[in-house]
Ligand binder design. Sequence first.
Ligand code: HSE
Length: 291
Amino acid sequence: MLTVRAPATSANLGSGFDVFGVALERPADVVRLSRADRTTIEVTGAGSQFIPEDPEKNTVGAVADALDAPAHIEIDKGVRPASGLGSSAASAAAAAVGLNELYDRGHSREELVPIAAKGEAVVSGDAHDDNVAPSIMGGFTIATEAGVRQVDASIPLVACLPDIVVSTRDARRVVPETARVEQLVETVGNAATLTTGMHRDDPELVGEGMHDTVVTPSRAKLIDGYEEVREAALSAGATGVTISGAGPTVIAACEETRQRAIASTMLDTFGDRGIDARVYQTRIGRGARVF
Ligand code: HSE
C-alpha cells in the first residue's frame, strides 16, 4: 500500500488563464492506494458527500484506467470540491503519482501531467493541465501545448474560500470570447512580470503580475463580495489579489509579515456580507509526495 499527499493548487493567477498554476503548502488531499483486480474508490473528508465513488465518474478512476493500474483507492479530501483550489486535480495527481509507483510504470513527473489531466476531464468536461501540473510537480508551473515549465518558488499566499459554490462549467461559460489588442498587450506584460517575480521569489512582482482585465472581471460577478474582499486585502498589504482557478476562492500574494492581517480582513469582509468563509495562510510549496 502507498500513501500520497497531493497539494491543493491555484490556477490562472490572473494573467495566466489556463496556463499558470502554483502548488500550495496546504490544504492537500491524502490518498491511499493498494493493488486490486478492479478499481474501487472510497471518499471521505471535505465535501465527500458530493463526490461519486463510481470509478467511471471519479477523477481517479480515469487515471487508473489510463495507467492500466487497477487499485483500491481511499481518498481523504482536504480540498473541498468546487473551491477553485484544484480539488479534483489534487486527487487525480495523487492517483497518477501513486499508481505510477505502485505498478512501477516508470513515467516522469512531467509525463504524469497529461495522464492526471484525463481524470480532471471527467469532472470538468475538458482537460486542463494548469491544476494537475503544480500538484504533481510543485512550485509555479507554466502548462502549454509544448509541455510544462516549472519554477521552484516560495511566495507567501492567503487563500480565502467563501461558503459559495461556483461550478467550473458556469465559470467557463462567462469567459469572454474575444479581447481587445490593448488587453492582450497588458496581459503579456503582466504575465511576464509575474513569471519574473516567481524566478526572483519577489511577492511585489508576483502581485503586480496578477492583474487581469480579460477573464477575472466576468468571473468576479459570480462571487458575492469579491470586489470588497479584494480591496480589503490590498489595504491590508496584499501585493496582488485575484480569483483562484474558477473560484470562489480569492487568493492574495503578500510578504509573510502581512499574512495574518490579510487573512483576518478577508474573513471579516465576507462575514460582513453574511458569508461564512475559511482561510488558509499558505505559500507556494512542493508537489505530490509519496509516503
Ligand atoms: N484554468 C481553469 C479555469 C482552472 O479557470 O477554468 C479550472 O479548471
